[in-house]
Design a protein around this ligand. Structure first.
Ligand SMILES: Cc1cc2nc3c(=O)[nH]c(=O)nc-3n(C[C@H](O)[C@H](O)[C@H](O)COP(=O)(O)OP(=O)(O)OC[C@H]3O[C@@H](n4cnc5c(N)ncnc54)[C@H](O)[C@@H]3O)c2cc1C
Ligand code: FES
Length: 291
């Protein structure tokens, strides 16, 4: 993690909440309500530290007058000099972000939080399970793993969306599926298919039960809505996965992003600071855990 600390500018302590200036240098409309933005920082002196993130880290993106919100970094660390975030249109800020164009400016703070590499995935088989916008943090990790393909075992990627039109990163899924030892399984909710759809039809946790992945030397990364995490983790546990080998990321509401305001806490755990990446073992131990 490369948390920004206050520094002195002309004798004045710089606020830790002050965002860097980001410039959108590329964007892609993934689905009707998800757009990916590639953002470069204008403060050249911080580019290296800002882009030395790890998969699973998040940033706080802002537009003046419309607020600030956390987004997972969806690009891999190997993409030096810029980061990507994939934003699902939901409310005030995300709507405004969707109205921006290349060359427009946004504020960026971070990178914050812990990361997926805490699971020590090297040398292991990896199972990725994601639903909806939960694919954004997983995409960063998949690219990171495939950048060093020989260091990992078999890779299975299960992703589900409401409909075919709602599947982001379509070309990447195709490319990954053509790689040796990588199996991509795409599914859409019942009714979200077209007659020529050659993927699966069904909800992610149901399709997962058909994969029957061996827990031997395998780590599972599960991201998406709470119900997807809960049901998928139950299936994985039934197959013999240890709860510490099931890794997820939580999306609790956040404000400061750096463990100061208490907006994101679950008991004594600050999701922004101690997470957002947790093992299922840790999630189950959280107060009033509904997973
Ligand atoms: C660590 C982390 C990583 C995230 N990564 C991504 C990402 O990669 N891509 C992405 O699109 N989104 C991501 N989110 C969620 C994103 O932060 C929210 O969608 C965003 O804050 C909505 O802002 P808004 O101003 O558009 O919505 P608002 O106008 O604030 O709210 C619109 C509606 O969404 C609800 N809402 C807002 N935030 C959340 C939330 N965190 N959980 C559930 N409901 C919420 C509100 O209650 C309201 O009903 C992440 C959240 C966290 C905590
Ligand atoms: S968002 Fe402020 S403490 Fe986590």
């Amino acid at each position: 993690m490369t948390a920004r600390v206050g520094s002195r500018v002309d004798g004045v302590e710089e606020s830790i909440y002050k965002p860097y200036n980001g410039r959108i240098i590329w964007m892609r409309e993934e689905t009707p309500d998800i757009t990916t933005f590639r953002v470069a920082l204008e403060e050249h002196e911080v580019v290296d530290s800002f882009t030395s993130f790890k998969p699973g880290n998040f940033v706080l993106a802002s537009v003046i007058g419309y607020g600030e919100a956390p987004f997972a970094i969806s690009s891999p660390p190997s993409q030096r000099g810029s980061i990507e975030i994939s934003v699902k249109r939901l409310g005030v800020l995300t709507q405004v972000l969707h109205e921006l164009c290349v060359e427009d400016r946004i504020g960026l703070r971070g990178p914050y939080g812990n990361d997926f590499l805490r699971g020590e995935p090297k040398g292991k088989n990896l199972l990725f399970v994601a639903g909806g916008i939960g694919m954004a943090p997983i995409r960063s990790l998949i690219h990171h793993v495939l950048d060093d393909r020989k260091s990992y075992g078999e890779i299975t990627i299960l992703y589900g969306a409401k409909s075919i039109a709602d599947i982001p990163y379509k070309k990447e899924f195709k490319r990954w599926d053509r790689m040796d030892g990588v199996d991509v399984v795409l599914t859409v909710d019942p009714g979200g298919e077209t007659p020529d759809w050659d993927g699966r039809i069904g909800y992610v946790p149901n399709i997962l039960t058909e994969l029957n992945t061996s827990p031997k030397n395998c780590l599972a990364f599960v991201c998406g809505p709470q119900i997807v995490i809960k049901l998928s983790a139950q299936t994985l546990s039934n197959w013999g996965f240890k709860s510490r080998d099931i890794i997820s990321t939580l999306e609790n509401r956040m404000k400061c992003g750096i463990g100061k305001c208490g907006r994101c806490n679950v008991g004594h755990i600050y999701v922004c600071k101690h997470g957002p990446v947790f093992t299922y073992e840790e999630i189950m131990k959280m107060p009033n855990s509904d997973y």
